[in-house]
Design a protein around this ligand. Structure first.
Ligand code: GSH
Length: 206
């Protein structure tokens, strides 16, 4: 079967280009694996059927021949296990890739989300400390581990959420890293695929 990835049929402009199916689309594009976007709306996400696929009623959810999954990090790691475009094949390299995917989701994203969603500036010193440490790690490197991996993919999707607030501009090494990763053709194809869905399904009054 063709891999299926759930994605919103439409979201307001501020969220377009940031919905987390982008992570999965990008991973599949890097791996050169075709997929089908299963478009959903809020009502469908609330249904019992969809919650059997994604227990929180969110996107993305994923299915292939053998596996049904939710959580973008788990999905991206699953795809990375299929493709050396996303992870070295050796055990040590795979483990480092996993560590950076989790670092993006667990050590950076929660702080970024508090700033973005709750607009709580009390988080700024904590977020800045994490971004400063990441910047020190990346100094003189193109990628987190010397080559592009799923860890860079996930980290980029987290960092790009900090552009509009001006936060990332204060960390030039991170901003240059984000732009380097976003310049990858696979990212461009993934972003365009998400945006095309929103253009095709824009409500008349949007
Ligand atoms: N931890 C989840 C988060 C997924 C998530 O937040 N999805 C958003 C879109 S970017 C969503 O579906 N929001 C609607 C909702 O939470 O009801 C993942 O990484 O897959």
């Amino acid at each position: 079967m063709t891999i299926e990835v759930s994605a919103f049929r439409w979201v307001p402009p501020f969220a377009q280009g940031y919905v987390r199916d982008l992570r999965v689309r990008w991973a599949l594009e890097e791996a050169g694996i075709p997929y089908h976007a299963a478009l959903v709306d809020r009502q469908m996400c609330a249904s019992g059927d969809y919650r059997q696929w994604q227990p929180f009623g969110q996107v993305p959810a994923y299915r292939d021949n053998g596996v049904e999954l939710f959580e973008s990090g788990a999905i991206v790691l699953h795809i990375a296990a299929k493709s050396e475009a996303l992870s070295p094949a050796d055990e040590a390299g795979r483990a480092r890739t996993t560590a950076w995917v989790i670092a993006a989701l667990n050590s950076i994203e929660p702080y970024a989300q508090i700033l973005i969603q709750l607009k709580d500036s009390r988080i700024e010193p904590l977020l800045d400390a994490r971004l400063g440490a990441l910047s020190a790690w990346l100094e003189g490197k193109d990628y987190l581990e010397g080559r592009f991996t799923a860890g860079d993919l996930m980290m980029t999707t987290v960092l790009r959420e900090l552009v509009n607030s001006g936060t990332l501009a204060r960390f030039p090494i991170l901003d240059a890293y984000r732009q380097r990763c976003e310049a990858r053709p696979a990212f461009g194809r993934a972003l365009e695929a998400q945006m095309q869905v929103f253009r095709d399904n824009a409500p008349a009054n949007a």
